[in-house]
Ligand binder design. Structure first.
Ligand code: G3P
Ligand code: MG
Length: 235
């Protein structure tokens, strides 16, 4: 089983910041997950929530704020004084780090407004191409099937993972439609029969967000491939 550091080493450092990713790498993580959105002026940035309220000292929707204003916000203080002066990273900065260390990156696309799907996908691809990161290091994931369909068309060489909480009845059809590499699902809802079908059809199974190592034992017989965790240091 591969272990993926969820939002970087988010149990130790503020989620989705460069320091959180650096700490995951120092710990020896071979794979990191981040969440990506675009700023008002179209810059792909790394942040989970649709607002900056929880993880920065600012207020408002990410999609309504220009990058230069997002970049001024402190994204570390909410977590601890030790992390003052951490900022919302660009996807470009994260890719530079990933490239330097040769680890895998799961880029989760967060889409608040469907109007932004095309812009988000195009900008993310442009940044990836400029970064010269090997596409084999990357996987796109999203809860939005439409985004994955679009990514398949725009950049087929980067693998795609469909995110679900509960796996739907038409899962195999959806996976076929995006030529999926894997599913990312909530471990609490994964059923044995579903896991068998998904694996038999040739897809990997990645489970989020597992923070207690004891919880992976029931997943071993299901041949789960990847555990996404805030606490990779426990595994
Ligand atoms: O990729 C797994 C996980 O990141 C999906 O949920 O809300 O933590 O982005 P969330
Ligand atoms: Mg995520």
């Amino acid at each position: 089983m591969l272990i993926t550091a969820h939002r970087g080493l988010s149990s130790v450092a503020p989620e989705n910041t460069l320091i959180a990713i650096q700490k995951a790498i120092e710990l020896g993580a071979k794979s990191v997950e981040i969440d990506v959105q675009i700023s008002r002026d179209g810059v792909p940035v790394v942040i989970h929530d649709f607002t900056v309220n929880r993880c920065t000292n600012g207020r408002g929707l990410v999609q309504d704020i220009d990058y230069q204003d997002l970049a001024r916000l402190d994204a570390g203080l909410w977590f601890s004084d030790e992390y003052e002066n951490e900022h919302i990273p660009t996807l470009a900065a994260v890719l530079a780090l990933i490239k330097k260390h040769g680890i895998a990156l799961n880029i989760e696309l967060k889409i608040q407004n469907e109007v932004h799907i095309l812009a988000l996908c195009e900008q993310v691809i442009a940044v990836i191409e400029a970064s010269k990161v090997t596409t084999g290091q990357l996987v796109f994931s999203s809860f939005q099937h439409q985004a994955l369909l679009l990514l398949k068309r725009l950049k087929p060489s980067i693998r795609r993972s469909q995110l679900w909480e509960k796996i739907p009845d038409n899962a195999l059809k959806m996976l076929e439609d995006i030529y999926a590499f894997s599913i990312n699902c909530d471990y609490r809802f994964l059923k044995k029969e579903q896991a068998i079908k998904i694996k038999q059809a040739g897809y990997q199974i990645h489970c989020y967000t597992i923070n207690d190592p004891a919880l992976i034992e029931p997943l071993r017989p299901l041949h789960v491939d990847n555990i996404i965790t805030d606490w990779p240091q426990r595994f």
